[in-house]
Design a binder for this molecule. Structure first.
Ligand SMILES: CCCCCCCCCCCCC/C=C/[C@@H](O)[C@H](COP(=O)(O)O)NC(=O)CCCCCCCCCCCCCCC
Length: 314
């Protein structure tokens, strides 16, 4: 039981209490109004008067149910929040996960990510999958330094990276040298589910699309980080970037869990230190180099997927 759980239970308890008091007051008020008041004083608008009467009579008549329903809703909310808090901490326990296997060898280094995304781009603006994957591997090292709460995110990203690595090293690896060749090969051989999930849930195109969407989040987040002031809040930057990009593809439960994880991000200064570059000014300068590269890789992929109607792969 950590501070998060305690605060949820405390806030939940207050909420139940308030809803109980609130609903009791509403019931009492409606009883008094229906017994004592001529609702026509609400004016000549018969419709308002009629509606109010209906509401008060309804609340009065079913006051026991009303109170119970309100309490039930509130308890659902409370249970929901507790379950989420538990799920985030449980599923992100620091076991020997795949994410850890990736992170164990080295510390995160922004330069490594920068180099990977630089190497991604070929002369004729194709994107090398091998370097794309290397860029993501580097980013996940960063995520792993942030602690177990981020485990569910890195686990998902690592799973996706492993699918791509498997394809790259598989018997048809030569078809996966660039994102362009992968799209051509998978579409040409009906290896992508275009409208609903079928036999190709682990296609390269679908898998890469998930990372591609996350790349947009990264671009937005890093840009906010680069331009923020010293007292800028990383949690707010991260949440804003997320809401502007990835959030629309995630169900409610993931959005909630992600939102809770963002609150545990380190402050801006600590964040910049983890980048392993040097002074804040040096980090900001390197971000200034990295962001346009990330943006270019993102744009090329976006246009390619749009041309092949693959931006909504299930
Ligand atoms: C620095 C803080 C990091 C915050 C990360 C923000 C992104 C939040 C993403 C939340 C993803 C939750 C995990 C599950 C997601 C999946 O449901 C969902 C859909 O997959 P499906 O269609 O196969 O079911 N998956 C995805 O959308 C892919 C998400 C991949 C997220 C990778 C995030 C890596 C973040 C790396 C941070 C590096 C910061 C570097 C700073 C220099």
């Amino acid at each position: 039981m950590n501070n998060y759980h305690t605060s949820f239970i405390f806030e939940g308890g207050i909420l139940v209490f308030l809803v109980h008091c609130g609903s009791t007051r509403v019931c009492a008020l409606s009883k008094w109004i229906t017994a004592e008041t001529d609702l026509s004083f609400y004016g000549s608008d018969a419709l308002i008067s009629f509606n109010l009467q209906v509401i008060f009579v309804f609340v009065n008549r079913f006051q026991t149910y009303f109170k119970h329903v309100m309490l039930l809703l509130c308890l659902c909310f409370l249970t929901d929040s507790c379950l989420l808090a538990w799920a985030v901490s449980h599923f992100s326990k620091r076991k020997k996960t795949m994410a850890d296997t990736v992170s164990d060898d080295q510390k995160f280094c922004l330069k490594e990510v920068l180099d990977a995304f630089r190497l991604c781009l070929s002369e004729n603006r194709e994107v090398y999958l091998q370097h794309y994957v290397a860029g993501w591997r580097g980013l996940i090292k960063f995520l792993n330094t942030l602690g177990s709460v981020f485990g569910f995110i890195s686990k998902d990203a690592v799973t996706k990276i492993q699918i791509l690595v498997h394809l790259l090293n598989g018997e048809n690896g030569s078809q996966y040298v660039t994102i362009q060749s992968m799209v051509k090969y998978e579409q040409g051989n009906e290896l992508v589910d275009l409208t609903k999930r079928g036999n190709n849930q682990e296609s390269g195109c679908r898998t890469l699309l998930r990372l591609h969407r996350a790349l947009r989040w990264l671009e937005l987040f890093l840009d906010r980080l680069r331009t923020s002031s010293e007292d800028g809040k990383t949690s707010v930057m991260c949440a804003d970037a997320y809401n502007e990009s990835l959030a629309k593809y995630h169900p409610w439960v993931i959005r909630k869990a992600a939102g809770m994880a963002f609150c545990l991000l380190p402050g801006r200064q600590a964040f910049l230190e983890i980048m392993n570059v040097g002074s804040s000014e040096q980090v900001v300068a390197m971000l200034g180099e990295a962001i346009p590269l990330i943006s270019e890789v993102y744009q090329i992929t976006e246009v390619l997927y749009a041309q092949h109607n693959m931006l909504d792969l299930p």
